[in-house]
Design a protein around this ligand. Structure first.
Ligand SMILES: [Zn+2]
Length: 732
């Protein structure tokens, strides 16, 4: 998982907020109160299976006494009512003589349960569903449980992780979460130790797409509803089962024997409102872009409207409309009469550099000192500040009044100003309508796409723009979030190739990814064969590629080799983080050593980052930032200690020896010792189990001394990841 964080960070050089811990709060359901009772014959000592799988962090996750082989999930979801109707057919084998057994199941109403074709008794207590078959199930017996249920699935709310679980989206649903999401939509043995194969038969209105793990086997339409059958044949932990229902642009292809399927919500693409062309600001550091023209305003006044899709770094970069009388210096910005802009000057102006970057903005903004620190007023030398920042989530229509310029020629400009780091995709504009007709355009490629508008360049005092407004088709610019997502997901074959070189063969037969437009989804998850990504990661190609590398690395470490218990989470997150560093080096960005140096040095020895015991972080800290970064650092130090040959042998053997199963930290340490021939207990004790900043070799310390905490001086890669947290960001 890669998660976002909305908190202001700890280290505050410019934008270098660091994500703090993300933790999943635990709600422990009370234990099932039924007494064990022998069913089916005393001499076999039939007992009820345990209510939990024995995970110290989440004692009621999973269950004991049986092993699920296969789930057939036949579910129908109606977005109009939010109701899910399901029939779960669970094939399992008893691992003890069972008088009763538990399933994990949250919320939804149960209509009936049958075991081996016969009605079974059942009772519920919180998230524990106890099933009592007519007859006891002997150890080794293969049995089938069919549960019929329905209801409105509930999302899991967590103050730090945000929303997860079964999420109702604007056009369907998305199921994604960790560590125990499965029970919110089907009865499950909800712990990674009980892997199973899955068949999903998901029925939804035919106008929607349905995506799940594995391979699409068939689609069958009947009376306006389509049933999609997806087969995930490789054993999978329950939390990795995903489902996405909604409108998606689907790209399917085959490469290197792997079937890829990517599904991206069309709403994350900026596309022309009408026709084939629109105006694209594009993205680059330190720009001030103007798309302008002169309009003659009659004595009775005039108005101008246009559609704008904004995706600018929240509180740092801005879109606005400027105007002045031709020949006069009466510049001002214009209020959108539809209420989409405001007078907030955000973080950029008070921060200071903004005035040096774009001195022209002094026409509209004035820095002041307040008891709380630097601030800005939304008025300047000649006009007022009306602007919008952040993302509009699709198009909005702006309407500005030009009547203040009645009887004159006014030069208007649709403008976008950016700061020196972190660029989101920018601004997309279409269908300008001026009440006089002069300047109305849809920016079509009809020989005069600009229709009198022109690219004015940055005003005096700003640096020349590295790129600027263009008029054309979506693919002509630097890309909207959907284009960036498509490009990053499109690198999956190349990324899998690279990861396979380091970790061994890709463990599955299918791959791909899903990006929904859901607002507020704060993470990406390594769903087996088909990770789910928040659209927020695709603000630029580095961030997009990085998160894809992270989730694809989990296919080896996290999915094919799952944790035996959640305390071993660093075996997932440290490894996926280290994969990012390896990729960074491979992709010509910062080396793995640069990344180590950066993260090691950015937290001094007094920082709480070092107090997290990543080998056993506690249930509230399984997604702590330290689990990721100190986990990656641990692997890097192991590599320096045992050498590249042994290190990559260890990684490959870890994947191959535990393939399809589970692993523990102790097992990993044993493997590392066996491969390297070194005694590594002390090393791992220091890096995984000591709440202090480890001392690194003098040579490394010397290197780190030159690394500053300023994101602008970070190694390429590390800094970019870091800077995500700005505004309301997304960091790791
Ligand atoms: Zn992860």
């Amino acid at each position: 998982m890669l998660a976002g964080d909305k908190h202001p960070g700890v280290l505050m050089s410019r934008k270098a907020f660091i994500a703090i811990s993300l933790a999943v709060s635990l709600t422990l359901a009370p234990g099932v109160g039924r007494a064990d009772s022998g069913h089916g014959g005393g001499k076999h000592n039939f007992r009820r299976g345990a209510a939990g799988a024995g995970d110290p962090y989440f004692p009621l996750d999973g269950n004991g006494g049986y092993d699920v082989r296969h789930y057939l999930l036949d579910v129908t979801y109606d977005p109009a009512t939010d109701v899910l109707t399901g029939v779960a057919t669970i094939d399992a084998r008893a691992t003890q003589n069972l008088s009763a057994f538990n399933l994990d199941f949250e919320g939804l109403e149960i209509r009936s349960i049958k075991v081996d074709g016969r009605s079974a008794d059942w009772s519920r207590d919180g998230g524990e569903l106890t099933v009592v078959p007519r007859r006891g199930l002997k150890k080794g017996h293969k049995f089938t449980t069919v549960v019929r249920y329905d209801g409105i699935p509930v999302s899991i709310g967590d103050p730090q992780l945000g929303q997860s679980g079964f999420l109702h989206t604007d056009d369907g649903a998305l199921v994604v979460g960790q560590p125990d999401v499965a029970a919110t939509w089907f009865p499950a043995n909800d712990h990674p130790t009980d892997k199973a194969s899955y068949t999903f038969k998901i029925t939804a209105p035919s106008k929607l797409q349905v995506v799940a793990n594995g391979k699409l086997e068939k689609q069958r339409e009947r009376l306006g509803w389509t049933t999609w059958t997806w087969d995930a044949k490789e054993p999978m932990a329950s939390y990795l089962a995903m489902m996405a229902i909604g409108e998606f642009d689907v790209t399917a292809y085959r490469e290197d024997g792997i079937k890829f399927l990517d599904a991206i919500d069309p709403d994350v693409f900026a596309r022309p409102v009408t026709g084939d062309g629109f105006a694209l600001s594009q993205a680059a550091d330190l720009t001030y872009k103007r798309l302008g023209r002169t309009i003659t305003v009659p004595a009775g006044g005039a108005q101008m409207s246009f559609w704008i899709n904004r995706d600018t770094e929240d509180s740092w970069d801005f879109a606005f409309v400027e105007a002045h009388t031709v020949g006069l210096d009466d510049w001002t910005t214009l209020q959108d009469l539809n209420g989409n802009n405001g007078q907030d000057t955000g973080f950029s102006c008070p921060f200071g550099d903004w005035q040096q970057f774009h001195p022209f903005l002094a026409h509209y903004q004035t820095p002041i000192e307040t008891p709380e620190g630097p601030a800005c007023t939304p008025t300047g030398a000649s006009g007022a500040w009306w602007a919008a920042t952040g993302t509009s989530v699709g198009y909005e229509q702006w309407l500005v009044d030009l009547s203040a310029f009645a009887g004159s020629d006014v030069e208007v400009s649709i403008s976008y100003a950016s700061d020196e780091v972190v660029q989101w995709p920018g601004v997309f504009v279409d269908d300008v309508v001026v009440s006089t007709g002069e300047g109305s355009t849809s920016f079509e490629g009809d020989g005069d796409a600009l229709d009198g508008w022109s690219v004015l360049g940055a005003p005096e005092g700003s640096e020349p723009n590295a790129n600027d407004w263009i008029v054309g088709a979506p693919e002509d610019g630097t890309g909207s979030r959907g284009d960036i997502a498509a490009a990053s997901l499109g690198r999956a074959p190349e990324i899998l190739d690279f990861l396979a070189d380091n970790f061994g063969p890709y463990p599955f037969s299918t791959s791909g990814g899903v990006v929904d437009d859901l607002v507020g989804l704060g993470f990406a998850l390594e769903n087996q064969t088909r990770p789910v990504y928040s659209k927020d990661f695709f603000s630029d190609s580095f961030s997009g590629d990085n998160v894809v590398v992270h989730e694809l690395a989990h296919q080896w470490y996290g999915d094919d080799v799952a944790v035996e218990a959640w305390q071993h989470i660093w075996l997932n997150e440290g490894f996926a983080t280290y994969a990012e560093w390896l990729w960074s080096e491979h992709d010509g960005l910062g080396t793995a050593q640069d990344n180590f140096d950066f993260w090691y040095s950015i937290f001094d020895e007094t920082h709480p980052f070092w107090t997290v015991v990543i080998g056993d972080p506690g249930p509230d800290s399984i997604f702590d930032f330290a689990v990721y970064k100190r986990g990656g650092m641990t692997l890097h130090q192991l590599r320096l200690l045992v050498g590249d040959y042994d290190f990559f042998t260890i990684l490959r053997q870890w994947a191959s020896s535990q393939a399809g199963g589970n692993g523990t930290t102790d097992e990993f340490i044993s493997l590392a010792e066996q491969v390297s021939g070194q005694e590594l207990d002390d090393f791992f004790q220091i890096w995984l189990f000591t709440p202090e900043r480890p001392v690194v070799a003098a040579a490394v310390a010397a290197r780190t001394a030159s690394v500053t905490t300023d994101v602008r001086h970070a190694p390429a890669g590390a800094g970019t990841v870091l800077s995500r947290s700005d505004g309301n960001l997304k960091v790791i």
